[in-house]
Write a protein that binds this ligand. Structure first.
Ligand code: GLP
Length: 240
């Protein structure tokens, strides 16, 4: 794993946006694997600026998102589809028909996961996958467990993740208890991965990931299996 330690959140966002922009410049028809959560918001802002300045072009880009709550409608302002539209897609010259997010309102969620895994395979390996990290080390919605799933699947959210994500909802009771998420194998299928972390609350998860062992109690540690991972974190996430 390559490690970039930044002074603060703004530097994390700038460094991450630079890495994504380089991938886009090298291949204008690239596939971007994208993430939600508060962490990548600053990076998306910088990508929007670069797009407005004509430095990067989204017109031929395809995106695949990691996960979506279940059940949730795309119009719900807490859905990850809504988040992506608000934080990136509505502000850049992307063709929304080429932006993919798991279907949070599918009547058959298991079938929706199978279909999503096929979509990810059909668009081709992501040139870069952007990840955040949960306080408990989750990536996407792959929560700590004795065994981790390989492919896109339906999952229950842990109590700690429901609590952590309650800040975005009217109340904790409103947080969906399930999600559809790429599996660890789906994520590792990307050609390059960057994982962003900021703040002391992420220190334990970041430390476990950087320990270099495969530990299912920290799903992000599975990234040690990949040969091109860049960890971009601030000093608080690194030092605690
Ligand atoms: C969410 C998402 C993850 C994200 C994580 C951290 O539950 N499913 O993809 O990385 O939690 O979120 P934040 O960046 O807001 O700390």
């Amino acid at each position: 794993m390559k490690l970039i330690i930044c002074k603060n959140y703004d530097e994390v966002s700038a460094a991450a946006a630079e890495i994504v922009a380089d991938v886009m410049k090298a291949n204008p028809a690239c596939v971007l694997g994208l993430a939600t959560g508060s962490t990548p918001v600053g990076m998306y802002k910088k990508l929007i600026e670069k797009n407005a300045a004509g430095e990067i072009d989204f017109s031929a880009v395809t995106t695949v998102n990691l996960d979506e709550y279940y059940p949730i409608s795309p119009d719900n302002d807490q859905s990850y589809r809504y988040f992506m539209n608000e934080n990136l897609f509505n502000h850049v010259n992307i063709d929304k028909a080429r932006t993919f997010v798991p279907d949070g309102q599918a009547s058959d969620p298991v079938a929706a996961c199978e279909a999503y895994e096929e979509t990810v395979a059909a668009v081709g390996a992501a040139d870069i996958q952007v990840l955040g990290i949960g306080q408990n080390g989750h990536i996407g919605f792959n929560e700590p467990d004795t065994a981790l799933e390989v492919k896109t699947h339906v999952t229950g959210l842990t109590e700690s993740t429901i609590k952590a994500n309650a800040r975005f909802f009217a109340s904790e009771a409103d947080v969906p208890t399930k999600a559809l998420t790429m599996g660890i194998g789906t994520i590792l299928g990307a050609k390059k991965i960057i994982i962003l972390a900021n703040g002391a609350a992420k220190h334990d998860a970041v430390s476990k990931m950087l320990a270099g062992k495969l530990d299912t109690s920290c799903p992000a540690s599975m990234l040690n299996l990949h040969r091109d991972v860049v960890v971009v974190c601030d000093e608080m996430a690194y030092n605690g």
